[in-house]
Design a protein around this ligand. Structure first.
Ligand code: ATP
Ligand code: MG
Length: 202
């Protein structure tokens, strides 16, 4: 399966989602994470963790060609604000486009643009993943979910809460389930595991 994580909006949890979706898929079959961002956030995450950090291989776009045949699942992390041509190529060349979206008005501007582009491309293989969802009593997550569903846009049932455990995971260079000093680490992993099950289950 080729899973591409993209959005016109930056800082919405693309890299964090790519890392954890890859960690989930790796448990099922050999998985490669392709770092399609010039800033190389995913590669740096892997480097910080060193041996025993991430359970899958991270390669650059240029390295991808020589590795791809050895893997069953490919997860592609991309940079924010792609060109329209790149966006079309990404959308047309994967099994599923995962679009992380932060339920705040500033973030939804980029989301609207992303969804409008997908509509104009006739793309049907995409699903929005709500990320950095603020805790109750705030209802921002639910509001965005209802808005998207009313427009017939597919949304993951699992949503990713706003938790400091993810930033710690990035700092230590590990998946969030390996973060020892955060009481929300298990929950932070469970929601990505559930999203992973949705991807594999269709
Ligand atoms: N669910 C979350 N809760 C809290 N913080 C998060 C969450 N997901 C990501 N973050 C943090 O938010 C910041 C942006 O996340 P991330 O790098 O995954 O986004 P991105 O979309 O890849 O950004 P860019 O567009 O720069 O590539 C990081 O500091 C990350 O640790
Ligand atoms: Mg990123």
């Amino acid at each position: 399966m080729i899973i591409t994580i993209t959005s016109y909006k930056g800082g919405v949890g693309k890299t964090t989602s790519a890392i954890h979706i890859a960690a989930y898929l790796q448990r099922l079959a050999p998985t490669l994470l392709v770092d399609g961002d010039a800033i190389r956030s995913a590669s740096k995450w892997a480097q910080r963790g060193g041996e025993g950090g991430l359970p899958f291989k991270v390669v650059s776009h240029a390295q991808m060609v020589s590795h791809i045949r050895d893997y069953q699942h490919i997860v592609i992390d991309t940079e924010g604000n792609p060109s329209d041509d790149d966006f079309k190529d990404l959308a047309d060349n994967c099994d599923l486009l995962v679009i992380p979206a932060v339920p705040e008005s500033v973030a939804t501007d980029g989301l609207t643009h992303t969804l409008a582009k997908l509509r104009s491309l006739g793309n049907t293989r995409h699903k929005v993943l709500l990320t950095m969802v603020p805790p109750k009593p705030r209802t921002d997550g639910l509001q965005l979910r209802e808005m998207l569903q009313a427009e017939g846009i597919p949304v993951f049932a699992s949503e990713i809460p706003r938790l400091a455990a993810y930033e710690k995971a990035a700092t230590y260079g590990v998946p969030v389930y390996s973060v020892k000093d955060d009481r929300n680490a298990a929950r932070a992993w469970e929601v990505y595991e559930a999203a992973g099950r949705e991807i594999v289950g269709g």
